[in-house]
Design a protein around this ligand. Structure first.
Ligand SMILES: [Zn+2]
Length: 212
């Protein structure tokens, strides 16, 4: 954990995928994923600018194991854009699993950014789909709003939060991951790999309590 950071009007908090399917009882539950909800609620109250993201897949999405005969969740297939981990069906558009956790309370969220809507491409990052070239439009939104620092929280630390943080850094934003407001899935050491990658890119992991 690093030094305290003072949140101001040039900062934006991106709350990643705090949805029912990523919480205990959901289709792709992140262990203790629901624990982030009260932390995110308190954190978001300190930001004037908040964006929520929502994984929002059509039925039969490429990232679902059920789309690939004979495949099981957590196996990997080769997509045109590279390796793709297969997941249980999750966050299908307009299903209860795709809704935000019912206790998530972020009234200041100005934008809900949906991702993963192309049936043929997964999207971990809130900035670019997994082909790494198709933008979601969020970079343009953040630039037009004049934000310089991006704070990230939510689910899952080692996938959507990680790739979002890395893309934000590459786009020139100063990036902080509020690690105690995240929980990870941890597939094959992915949490440790995430910490190493963030550190190598100069992305600070901070505690929600360090933000004033
Ligand atoms: Zn997904």
């Amino acid at each position: 954990m690093s030094e305290n950071a003072t949140v101001d009007g040039n900062d934006v908090l991106i709350v990643v995928d705090v949805q029912n399917d990523f919480c205990p009882g959901g289709a792709l539950a992140v262990p203790r994923g629901d624990e982030v909800v009260p932390i995110v609620n308190r954190l978001a109250a300190r930001f004037r600018n908040v964006v929520l993201t929502q994984d929002w897949h059509p039925p039969g999405h490429f990232s679902f194991a059920s789309t690939h005969p004979g495949k099981q969740p957590y196996q990997t297939v080769t997509a045109p854009y590279g390796p793709q981990i297969l997941w249980p069906d999750h966050c299908v558009q307009e299903t209860p699993g795709a809704e935000f956790h019912p206790a998530l309370h972020v009234p200041r969220a100005a934008l809900v950014l949906r991702k993963g809507m192309d049936p043929t491409i997964d999207s971990y990052s809130t900035f670019y789909e997994n082909d790494r070239t198709t933008p979601t439009g969020l970079v343009g939104y953040l630039r037009e709003r004049g934000f310089s620092r991006v704070f990230l929280a939510g689910l899952a630390f080692d996938f959507c939060v990680r790739y979002s943080a890395e893309d934000a850094k590459r786009e020139g934003f100063t990036v902080f991951v509020v690690e105690d407001a995240c929980r990870g899935i941890d597939v094959d050491g992915s949490v440790a790999a995430t910490r190493a990658s963030l550190a190598a890119l100069g992305i600070a992991c901070v505690s929600a309590l360090s933000l004033v």
